[in-house]
Design a binder for this molecule. Structure first.
Ligand code: SF4
Length: 64
């Protein structure tokens, strides 16, 4: 699994960090998403998929 982001869509809502803190963080200044693991380890994949579902801006997604 690989994570893609569209930072321009991110509204800094933070659901991704809440759902998958090992995979996502937020920029301290503007709240924009930061990907910590763009290829999450197996034990982080369920949380990463949950984060993708929860993002209200559809700013994070699974990519090839
Ligand atoms: S949940 Fe979506 S909109 Fe919110 S910080 Fe994460 S990527 Fe950005």
């Amino acid at each position: 699994m690989k994570i893609g982001t569209d930072v321009h869509k991110c509204i800094g809502a933070g659901q991704c960090v809440t759902a998958a803190p090992a995979v996502f963080a937020q920029n301290e200044e503007d709240g924009m998403v930061i990907v910590l693991q763009d290829q999450p380890q197996a034990d982080s994949i369920p949380a990463a998929l949950a984060a993708i579902r929860l993002c209200p801006a559809r700013a994070i997604f699974e990519r090839d």
